[in-house]
Design a binder for this molecule. Structure first.
Ligand SMILES: Nc1ncnc2c1ncn2[C@@H]1O[C@H](COP(=O)(O)OP(=O)(O)OP(=O)(O)O)[C@@H](O)[C@H]1O
Ligand SMILES: [Mg+2]
Length: 362
Protein backbone atom coordinates (compact mmCIF):
# COMPACT_ATOMS: atom_id res chain seq x y z
CA UNK A 1 0.00 0.00 0.00
CA UNK A 2 1.26 3.49 -0.82
CA UNK A 3 1.67 5.58 2.35
CA UNK A 4 0.02 8.98 2.79
CA UNK A 5 3.48 10.59 2.79
CA UNK A 6 4.28 9.06 -0.61
CA UNK A 7 0.86 10.07 -1.95
CA UNK A 8 1.45 13.54 -0.61
CA UNK A 9 4.76 13.64 -2.47
CA UNK A 10 2.96 12.83 -5.73
CA UNK A 11 0.47 15.58 -5.12
CA UNK A 12 2.85 18.31 -4.06
CA UNK A 13 4.95 17.59 -7.11
CA UNK A 14 1.87 18.10 -9.26
CA UNK A 15 0.40 21.08 -7.52
CA UNK A 16 1.20 24.10 -5.41
CA UNK A 17 0.87 24.03 -1.64
CA UNK A 18 -2.28 26.06 -1.99
CA UNK A 19 -3.83 23.81 -4.58
CA UNK A 20 -7.13 23.74 -2.74
CA UNK A 21 -7.17 27.49 -2.29
CA UNK A 22 -6.09 28.10 -5.85
CA UNK A 23 -9.12 26.40 -7.28
CA UNK A 24 -11.74 27.88 -4.96
CA UNK A 25 -14.86 28.65 -6.96
CA UNK A 26 -14.90 32.23 -5.75
CA UNK A 27 -15.47 35.46 -7.55
CA UNK A 28 -13.59 38.74 -7.79
CA UNK A 29 -15.09 42.04 -6.66
CA UNK A 30 -16.73 42.47 -10.08
CA UNK A 31 -18.38 39.05 -9.86
CA UNK A 32 -15.88 37.55 -12.34
CA UNK A 33 -14.37 34.19 -11.48
CA UNK A 34 -10.88 34.67 -10.10
CA UNK A 35 -8.24 32.94 -12.20
CA UNK A 36 -6.09 30.25 -10.64
CA UNK A 37 -2.89 32.36 -10.81
CA UNK A 38 -4.52 35.35 -9.09
CA UNK A 39 -5.93 33.18 -6.39
CA UNK A 40 -2.66 31.36 -5.86
CA UNK A 41 -0.73 34.60 -5.58
CA UNK A 42 -3.33 35.74 -3.04
CA UNK A 43 -2.48 32.65 -1.02
CA UNK A 44 1.25 33.28 -1.29
CA UNK A 45 0.80 36.91 -0.28
CA UNK A 46 -1.16 35.70 2.68
CA UNK A 47 1.72 33.38 3.59
CA UNK A 48 4.07 36.34 3.74
CA UNK A 49 2.01 37.94 6.50
CA UNK A 50 3.76 38.25 9.81
CA UNK A 51 1.31 36.02 11.68
CA UNK A 52 -0.79 33.01 10.78
CA UNK A 53 -3.34 34.18 13.35
CA UNK A 54 -3.52 37.60 14.92
CA UNK A 55 -6.24 38.99 17.14
CA UNK A 56 -6.41 42.53 18.44
CA UNK A 57 -8.74 43.36 21.32
CA UNK A 58 -11.05 40.61 20.13
CA UNK A 59 -14.20 40.77 22.26
CA UNK A 60 -17.56 39.03 22.19
CA UNK A 61 -20.49 40.01 24.35
CA UNK A 62 -23.65 37.96 24.22
CA UNK A 63 -26.99 39.05 25.50
CA UNK A 64 -28.53 36.22 27.43
CA UNK A 65 -31.87 36.68 29.23
CA UNK A 66 -31.51 40.47 29.08
CA UNK A 67 -28.03 40.29 30.63
CA UNK A 68 -24.75 41.18 28.92
CA UNK A 69 -22.29 38.35 29.12
CA UNK A 70 -18.79 38.95 27.78
CA UNK A 71 -17.46 35.54 26.71
CA UNK A 72 -14.15 36.89 25.32
CA UNK A 73 -12.47 40.08 26.60
CA UNK A 74 -9.90 42.05 24.58
CA UNK A 75 -8.05 38.99 23.35
CA UNK A 76 -4.62 39.80 21.89
CA UNK A 77 -2.99 36.70 20.47
CA UNK A 78 -0.50 35.93 17.72
CA UNK A 79 0.36 32.56 16.22
CA UNK A 80 3.38 32.28 13.94
CA UNK A 81 3.37 30.32 10.70
CA UNK A 82 4.28 26.67 11.40
CA UNK A 83 3.59 26.95 15.11
CA UNK A 84 1.40 24.55 17.12
CA UNK A 85 -0.52 26.47 19.76
CA UNK A 86 -2.74 24.97 22.44
CA UNK A 87 -5.70 27.03 23.61
CA UNK A 88 -6.52 25.90 27.13
CA UNK A 89 -9.44 26.78 29.29
CA UNK A 90 -12.13 25.27 31.48
CA UNK A 91 -15.70 24.72 30.26
CA UNK A 92 -17.17 28.05 29.24
CA UNK A 93 -13.80 29.84 29.21
CA UNK A 94 -14.39 31.26 25.71
CA UNK A 95 -12.40 28.89 23.48
CA UNK A 96 -15.14 28.00 21.00
CA UNK A 97 -16.39 31.60 20.91
CA UNK A 98 -12.86 32.73 19.97
CA UNK A 99 -12.58 30.07 17.27
CA UNK A 100 -15.99 31.05 15.87
CA UNK A 101 -14.79 34.67 15.61
CA UNK A 102 -11.56 33.58 13.90
CA UNK A 103 -13.66 31.80 11.29
CA UNK A 104 -16.26 34.60 11.03
CA UNK A 105 -19.08 32.30 12.13
CA UNK A 106 -19.95 35.04 14.61
CA UNK A 107 -18.93 38.70 14.43
CA UNK A 108 -16.83 40.18 17.23
CA UNK A 109 -18.51 42.84 19.36
CA UNK A 110 -15.22 44.72 19.29
CA UNK A 111 -11.71 44.16 17.95
CA UNK A 112 -10.54 42.19 14.95
CA UNK A 113 -8.84 38.99 13.85
CA UNK A 114 -6.62 38.25 10.86
CA UNK A 115 -5.61 34.95 9.27
CA UNK A 116 -2.36 35.33 7.37
CA UNK A 117 -2.90 39.07 7.33
CA UNK A 118 -6.41 38.87 5.84
CA UNK A 119 -9.26 40.17 8.05
CA UNK A 120 -11.24 37.15 9.28
CA UNK A 121 -14.44 38.79 7.98
CA UNK A 122 -13.21 38.24 4.40
CA UNK A 123 -13.93 34.82 2.84
CA UNK A 124 -10.35 34.81 1.47
CA UNK A 125 -9.09 34.40 5.04
CA UNK A 126 -10.60 30.92 5.22
CA UNK A 127 -9.00 29.61 2.03
CA UNK A 128 -5.99 28.22 3.84
CA UNK A 129 -7.93 26.90 6.85
CA UNK A 130 -9.08 23.43 7.78
CA UNK A 131 -11.55 23.49 10.68
CA UNK A 132 -12.58 20.68 12.97
CA UNK A 133 -15.67 21.64 14.99
CA UNK A 134 -16.22 20.81 18.62
CA UNK A 135 -19.42 18.91 17.87
CA UNK A 136 -19.32 17.61 14.31
CA UNK A 137 -22.70 16.92 12.72
CA UNK A 138 -22.62 15.04 9.44
CA UNK A 139 -25.44 13.51 7.37
CA UNK A 140 -25.93 10.08 8.95
CA UNK A 141 -26.63 8.27 5.70
CA UNK A 142 -23.38 9.35 4.01
CA UNK A 143 -20.20 7.32 4.37
CA UNK A 144 -16.98 9.11 5.38
CA UNK A 145 -15.71 8.54 1.84
CA UNK A 146 -18.76 10.27 0.31
CA UNK A 147 -18.54 13.08 2.84
CA UNK A 148 -14.89 13.64 1.95
CA UNK A 149 -15.76 14.08 -1.74
CA UNK A 150 -18.34 16.72 -0.80
CA UNK A 151 -15.88 18.55 1.45
CA UNK A 152 -13.09 18.31 -1.12
CA UNK A 153 -15.40 20.05 -3.60
CA UNK A 154 -16.25 22.73 -1.00
CA UNK A 155 -12.55 23.23 -0.32
CA UNK A 156 -11.95 23.68 -4.04
CA UNK A 157 -9.78 20.60 -4.56
CA UNK A 158 -9.31 20.16 -8.34
CA UNK A 159 -11.34 17.12 -9.53
CA UNK A 160 -8.23 15.33 -10.81
CA UNK A 161 -6.72 15.46 -7.31
CA UNK A 162 -9.84 14.64 -5.33
CA UNK A 163 -9.49 10.84 -5.11
CA UNK A 164 -5.92 11.08 -3.84
CA UNK A 165 -6.72 13.92 -1.44
CA UNK A 166 -9.64 11.98 0.02
CA UNK A 167 -7.46 8.88 0.50
CA UNK A 168 -4.70 10.91 2.15
CA UNK A 169 -7.10 12.71 4.50
CA UNK A 170 -8.86 9.49 5.56
CA UNK A 171 -5.55 7.71 6.08
CA UNK A 172 -3.97 10.56 8.01
CA UNK A 173 -6.98 10.80 10.31
CA UNK A 174 -6.99 6.97 10.67
CA UNK A 175 -10.53 6.91 9.29
CA UNK A 176 -9.78 4.82 6.21
CA UNK A 177 -10.77 1.48 7.77
CA UNK A 178 -14.42 2.58 8.09
CA UNK A 179 -14.61 4.86 5.05
CA UNK A 180 -17.53 2.88 3.59
CA UNK A 181 -19.75 2.63 6.69
CA UNK A 182 -22.63 5.10 7.11
CA UNK A 183 -21.62 7.88 9.49
CA UNK A 184 -24.76 7.25 11.56
CA UNK A 185 -23.32 3.86 12.49
CA UNK A 186 -19.97 5.16 13.69
CA UNK A 187 -18.89 5.62 17.32
CA UNK A 188 -18.14 9.10 18.71
CA UNK A 189 -14.40 8.55 18.42
CA UNK A 190 -14.75 7.37 14.81
CA UNK A 191 -16.87 10.45 14.01
CA UNK A 192 -14.12 12.62 15.53
CA UNK A 193 -11.64 11.07 13.12
CA UNK A 194 -13.99 11.75 10.21
CA UNK A 195 -14.19 15.36 11.39
CA UNK A 196 -10.40 15.56 11.34
CA UNK A 197 -10.26 13.99 7.86
CA UNK A 198 -12.80 16.57 6.69
CA UNK A 199 -10.53 19.35 8.01
CA UNK A 200 -7.52 17.87 6.19
CA UNK A 201 -9.04 17.11 2.81
CA UNK A 202 -8.35 20.55 1.31
CA UNK A 203 -4.66 20.26 2.34
CA UNK A 204 -4.99 23.44 4.42
CA UNK A 205 -1.97 25.27 5.73
CA UNK A 206 -3.68 26.34 8.93
CA UNK A 207 -5.63 23.88 11.06
CA UNK A 208 -8.08 25.18 13.64
CA UNK A 209 -9.19 22.26 15.77
CA UNK A 210 -11.76 22.66 18.53
CA UNK A 211 -11.05 19.90 21.05
CA UNK A 212 -9.80 17.28 18.60
CA UNK A 213 -9.26 14.69 21.35
CA UNK A 214 -12.74 15.04 22.82
CA UNK A 215 -14.49 11.68 23.17
CA UNK A 216 -11.42 9.66 22.24
CA UNK A 217 -10.23 6.73 24.33
CA UNK A 218 -6.60 6.79 25.59
CA UNK A 219 -5.31 4.77 22.63
CA UNK A 220 -7.14 6.96 20.13
CA UNK A 221 -5.81 10.07 21.92
CA UNK A 222 -2.25 8.84 21.46
CA UNK A 223 -3.05 8.19 17.79
CA UNK A 224 -4.53 11.67 17.43
CA UNK A 225 -1.35 13.11 18.93
CA UNK A 226 0.79 11.23 16.43
CA UNK A 227 -1.39 12.52 13.57
CA UNK A 228 -0.98 16.08 14.84
CA UNK A 229 2.76 15.50 15.22
CA UNK A 230 2.94 14.35 11.58
CA UNK A 231 0.99 17.45 10.45
CA UNK A 232 3.32 19.61 12.49
CA UNK A 233 6.31 18.01 10.80
CA UNK A 234 4.74 18.84 7.43
CA UNK A 235 4.96 22.50 8.51
CA UNK A 236 1.24 23.05 9.14
CA UNK A 237 0.18 25.73 11.58
CA UNK A 238 -2.07 24.20 14.23
CA UNK A 239 -4.33 26.05 16.67
CA UNK A 240 -6.14 23.60 18.92
CA UNK A 241 -8.34 24.00 21.94
CA UNK A 242 -8.17 21.32 24.57
CA UNK A 243 -8.85 20.20 28.12
CA UNK A 244 -6.22 17.48 27.93
CA UNK A 245 -3.31 19.38 29.42
CA UNK A 246 -0.89 16.47 29.24
CA UNK A 247 -1.51 16.07 25.50
CA UNK A 248 -1.08 19.76 24.84
CA UNK A 249 2.17 19.79 26.76
CA UNK A 250 3.57 17.03 24.56
CA UNK A 251 2.70 18.59 21.22
CA UNK A 252 2.40 22.37 21.48
CA UNK A 253 5.13 24.95 20.92
CA UNK A 254 3.15 27.55 22.86
CA UNK A 255 0.18 27.44 25.15
CA UNK A 256 -2.48 30.11 25.75
CA UNK A 257 -4.54 29.90 28.93
CA UNK A 258 -7.96 31.54 28.81
CA UNK A 259 -10.17 31.90 31.87
CA UNK A 260 -13.60 33.55 31.92
CA UNK A 261 -12.77 35.11 28.55
CA UNK A 262 -9.46 36.63 29.68
CA UNK A 263 -6.10 35.51 28.35
CA UNK A 264 -4.13 34.82 31.52
CA UNK A 265 -0.90 33.42 30.11
CA UNK A 266 0.73 32.73 26.76
CA UNK A 267 4.12 31.17 26.26
CA UNK A 268 6.15 28.03 25.69
CA UNK A 269 5.67 25.25 28.27
CA UNK A 270 9.20 26.09 29.51
CA UNK A 271 8.26 29.75 29.99
CA UNK A 272 5.05 28.91 31.83
CA UNK A 273 6.29 26.17 34.10
CA UNK A 274 8.25 26.96 37.26
CA UNK A 275 10.69 24.81 39.16
CA UNK A 276 9.07 22.86 41.98
CA UNK A 277 10.66 21.81 45.26
CA UNK A 278 10.53 18.21 44.04
CA UNK A 279 13.56 16.28 42.81
CA UNK A 280 13.72 13.26 40.53
CA UNK A 281 16.36 10.78 41.52
CA UNK A 282 17.49 7.89 39.31
CA UNK A 283 19.44 4.98 40.82
CA UNK A 284 20.79 1.69 39.55
CA UNK A 285 21.91 -1.56 41.13
CA UNK A 286 19.69 -1.24 44.23
CA UNK A 287 19.04 -4.48 46.13
CA UNK A 288 15.42 -5.21 47.27
CA UNK A 289 16.20 -3.97 50.80
CA UNK A 290 17.70 -0.71 49.43
CA UNK A 291 14.59 -0.29 47.28
CA UNK A 292 12.36 -0.71 50.35
CA UNK A 293 14.36 1.88 52.31
CA UNK A 294 14.37 4.25 49.35
CA UNK A 295 10.59 3.96 49.03
CA UNK A 296 10.17 5.35 52.56
CA UNK A 297 12.16 8.46 51.52
CA UNK A 298 10.25 9.12 48.28
CA UNK A 299 6.74 10.38 47.58
CA UNK A 300 6.74 8.04 44.58
CA UNK A 301 9.11 5.35 43.36
CA UNK A 302 8.89 3.26 40.20
CA UNK A 303 11.04 0.79 38.35
CA UNK A 304 12.15 1.64 34.82
CA UNK A 305 14.03 -1.40 33.51
CA UNK A 306 17.08 -1.80 35.74
CA UNK A 307 16.69 1.70 37.17
CA UNK A 308 14.69 3.09 40.06
CA UNK A 309 13.10 6.50 39.57
CA UNK A 310 12.05 8.27 42.76
CA UNK A 311 10.52 11.67 43.49
CA UNK A 312 11.39 13.36 46.75
CA UNK A 313 11.97 16.74 48.40
CA UNK A 314 15.36 18.39 48.97
CA UNK A 315 15.97 16.72 52.32
CA UNK A 316 14.91 13.34 50.89
CA UNK A 317 17.53 13.72 48.14
CA UNK A 318 20.39 13.99 50.66
CA UNK A 319 19.08 11.03 52.68
CA UNK A 320 18.57 8.96 49.51
CA UNK A 321 22.10 9.70 48.26
CA UNK A 322 23.53 8.64 51.64
CA UNK A 323 21.40 5.46 51.57
CA UNK A 324 22.51 4.52 48.05
CA UNK A 325 26.17 5.09 48.96
CA UNK A 326 25.81 3.02 52.13
CA UNK A 327 24.18 0.11 50.21
CA UNK A 328 26.59 0.20 47.27
CA UNK A 329 23.96 1.28 44.71
CA UNK A 330 24.75 3.79 41.98
CA UNK A 331 23.21 7.26 41.74
CA UNK A 332 22.58 7.93 38.02
CA UNK A 333 21.11 11.45 38.21
CA UNK A 334 19.27 14.00 40.32
CA UNK A 335 17.21 16.75 38.70
CA UNK A 336 14.79 19.35 39.96
CA UNK A 337 11.25 18.73 38.71
CA UNK A 338 9.32 21.40 36.83
CA UNK A 339 5.59 21.93 37.19
CA UNK A 340 3.32 20.01 34.85
CA UNK A 341 1.07 22.07 32.59
CA UNK A 342 -1.85 20.96 34.74
CA UNK A 343 -0.19 22.50 37.80
CA UNK A 344 0.54 25.69 35.84
CA UNK A 345 -3.07 25.86 34.72
CA UNK A 346 -4.44 25.37 38.23
CA UNK A 347 -1.98 27.90 39.71
CA UNK A 348 -2.74 30.57 37.11
CA UNK A 349 -6.50 30.09 37.26
CA UNK A 350 -6.50 30.04 41.09
CA UNK A 351 -4.67 33.39 41.14
CA UNK A 352 -6.90 35.02 38.51
CA UNK A 353 -9.05 37.94 39.68
CA UNK A 354 -12.76 37.15 39.68
CA UNK A 355 -14.69 38.87 36.90
CA UNK A 356 -17.61 41.24 37.23
CA UNK A 357 -21.03 39.60 37.14
CA UNK A 358 -23.08 40.05 33.96
CA UNK A 359 -24.72 43.48 33.64
CA UNK A 360 -28.30 44.15 32.58
CA UNK A 361 -28.95 44.81 28.90
CA UNK A 362 -31.23 47.73 27.99
N1 LIG B 1 -24.67 31.99 21.42
C1 LIG B 1 -24.45 32.26 22.69
N2 LIG B 1 -25.29 33.02 23.39
C2 LIG B 1 -25.08 33.32 24.69
N3 LIG B 1 -24.00 32.89 25.37
C3 LIG B 1 -23.11 32.12 24.72
C4 LIG B 1 -23.28 31.75 23.35
N4 LIG B 1 -22.23 30.99 22.97
C5 LIG B 1 -21.44 30.87 24.05
N5 LIG B 1 -21.96 31.54 25.10
C6 LIG B 1 -21.39 31.66 26.45
O1 LIG B 1 -20.04 32.11 26.30
C7 LIG B 1 -19.22 31.47 27.26
C8 LIG B 1 -18.06 30.82 26.54
O2 LIG B 1 -18.55 29.71 25.81
P1 LIG B 1 -17.61 28.84 24.87
O3 LIG B 1 -18.47 27.90 24.12
O4 LIG B 1 -16.75 29.75 24.08
O5 LIG B 1 -16.71 28.08 25.95
P2 LIG B 1 -15.59 26.98 25.76
O6 LIG B 1 -14.33 27.50 26.36
O7 LIG B 1 -15.54 26.54 24.35
O8 LIG B 1 -16.14 25.80 26.69
P3 LIG B 1 -16.12 24.20 26.50
O9 LIG B 1 -14.77 23.76 27.00
O10 LIG B 1 -17.21 23.73 27.41
O11 LIG B 1 -16.36 23.89 25.08
C9 LIG B 1 -20.10 30.51 28.04
O12 LIG B 1 -20.49 31.15 29.23
C10 LIG B 1 -21.30 30.31 27.13
O13 LIG B 1 -22.47 30.06 27.85
MG1 LIG C 1 -15.90 24.79 23.37
Amino acid sequence: MVSSATKLGHLTAKSAVFSAASAMPCTSGEGQPIRKEENLSQGITAMQAQWAIETRDLTKTFILRKQFHTAVHNLNLTVADGETVGFLGANGAGKTTTIKMLLDFIAPTRGQAWLYGIPSSEPAARRVVGYMPEQPYFPRYLTPGELMYAHAALAGVPPRETKLRVEIALEMARADSFAHRPIGKLSKGMTQRVALAQALVGNPHLLILDEPASGLDPVARVEMRSVLQALKEQGKTIFLSSHHLGEVELICDRVAIIHQGHLLAYGTPEELTQQTDRFVLVAEGAAPQTERNLRSLCSSLRRDGTQLVGVTDERGVYDAIALLREHGARLVSVSQQRETLEEVFLRIVANAPTTQPASKAA
